[in-house]
Design a protein around this ligand. Structure first.
Ligand code: TRP
Length: 323
C-alpha cells in the first residue's frame, strides 16, 4: 500500500517563532513518517505583499528552511523545497486560473484584509490570485491531506472547489483534499495578543536564550500584583497562559500564593522555553555553518517534488488537450 500524500507550506515573510513551531512545525514532524509528505516554502506567495523586496524573501526562505530542518523535518522522510524551484506550480496556477471565477476570489476574507492593508500601491492581480496559486500547490501533488491552521480554511475550501470544477470540466484528475486542523491553543506574545511577527511580540526559534529571557521579562502579567507577596491571578496574565500551554501551570503556584514575584516566575518560564528550544537551536547553529548542506537538501527536495508535480501536469495537459 502506498502512503497517502500530505502537503503544507509556509510563507518566508520572517523567521519562525514559537507559535509556528508549536502550532505547525512540531505537528509536521510527527506526520512526516505516516505520509508521503511535501513541505515547502511559499516564496511566490510572499511576493503578493513583499513584491518590492524579493531579496528579503530569498533570505527568509533560506532561514525558514533552516528552521524546518532544525525543528526535525527529516529530508530522508519528506521533500523539503522552495516553491519557486518547482515551476510546475506556476503552470498549474495558470491553467487553474482559467477555470476559477473571479467572484470566488473576491469573496476570500484574507483578500479583503490584505487589499485594505496594501492600500497605497493598490492591490495586484497576483494578490487576487493568491488562493489559485495555493490550489495549484496542493493539486500539483494530488495531496490528500493538508495540515493547516484555522486561518487557512477558506483557502483550502477554495482549492477543493477549483479541483472539483476542473474535474467536472475535464475529467477526474484531482482527489478531494482534506484539511488536517492543528489543535493547539493560541500562544500569547509579550503583549498578551496572539503571537505574530506583525505584532512584534514574537519569540523566535533563532533568538538567543538571553533574548528570550529579555522578551519574557517584558510579558504582561496581572496588573494588580505590585509586590512579590501580593497574590497573583491567572486571569489576564500572559506568563500564566504560556506556562499552562507548556504543561507547567504548577510553576505559577508560588505567584498565586504570594511566594514569588513576577520576575521570578518569568525567569522560570524563560528557562522552560530555553530548555525546549535548546536542541533545535543547536541544530540551527550547525546548519547555519554548513550552507552547502542546506542547499543540497533543498535541491534534492525540489527534485523529488518535481517528479510528482510533473506527473500531475502531464495528466492535466492531456485532459485539457493543451501542450
Ligand atoms: N497560505 C499559507 C499561509 O500563509 C501558505 C501556503 C501556500 C500553503 N501554499 C500552501 C499552506 C499550500 C498549505 C498548502 O500560511
Amino acid at each position: 500500500m502506498s502512503k497517502r500524500r500530505l502537503l503544507s507550506g509556509m510563507q518566508p515573510t520572517g523567521l519562525l517563532h514559537l507559535c509556528n513551531l508549536e502550532g505547525a512545525l512540531s505537528n509536521w514532524v510527527k506526520l512526516q513518517d505516516d505520509y508521503e509528505a511535501y513541505f515547502f516554502i511559499a516564496d511566490w506567495h510572499s511576493l503578493t505583499t513583499l513584491y518590492d523586496s524579493p531579496d528579503l524573501i530569498a533570505q527568509y526562505a533560506y532561514q525558514v528552511a533552516i528552521d524546518f530542518l532544525a525543528a526535525g523535518l527529516d529530508p530522508d522522510q519528506c521533500a523539503i523545497f522552495v516553491q519557486s524551484a518547482v515551476k510546475e506550480h506556476a503552470e498549474l496556477h495558470l491553467l487553474l486560473s482559467m477555470v476559477t471565477p473571479v467572484s470566488w476570489l473576491e469573496r476570500v476574507p484574507t483578500y479583503k484584509e490584505k487589499q485594505a492593508a496594501l492600500k497605497a500601491a493598490g492591490s495586484s492581480y497576483g494578490l487576487l490570485g493568491y488562493p489559485v496559486l495555493q490550489a495549484a500547490d496542493i493539486l500539483a501533488y494530488k495531496a490528500d491531506v493538508v495540515p493547516v491552521g484555522r486561518d487557512q480554511l477558506p483557502h483550502l475550501e477554495l482549492a477543493r472547489e477549483i479541483g472539483r470544477r476542473f474535474n467536472y470540466l475535464f475529467g477526474d484528475i484531482f482527489p478531494d483534499c482534506k484539511a488536517l486542523m492543528t489543535q493547539f491553543p493560541q500562544i500569547p506574545g509579550m503583549d498578551g495578543r496572539k503571537m505574530s511577527k506583525s505584532h512584534s511580540n514574537a519569540i523566535y526559534i533563532a533568538d538567543s536564550p538571553e533574548q528570550t529571557q529579555q522578551k519574557i521579562r517584558l510579558m504582561f502579567t496581572d496588573p494588580n500584583k505590585l509586590h512579590r507577596h501580593d497574590k497573583g491571578h491567572k486571569e489576564g496574565c500572559a506568563v500564566y497562559e504560556m506556562l499552562n500551554i507548556f504543561g507547567r501551570a504548577d510553576l505559577h503556584e508560588d505567584c498565586e500564593a504570594g511566594r514569588a514575584g513576577c520576575l521570578e516566575t518569568k525567569d522560570r518560564l524563560a528557562d522552560l522555553i530555553n530548555e525546549r528550544l535548546a536542541p533545535i537551536r543547536d541544530r540551527r547553529r550547525e546548519l547555519l555553518a554548513k550552507p552547502s548542506v542546506v542547499e543540497d537538501i533543498l535541491a534534492d527536495g525540489a527534485h523529488k517534488a518535481r517528479i510528482a508535480a510533473q506527473q500531475t501536469l502531464a495528466e492535466v495537459r492531456e485532459a485539457m488537450g493543451v501542450r
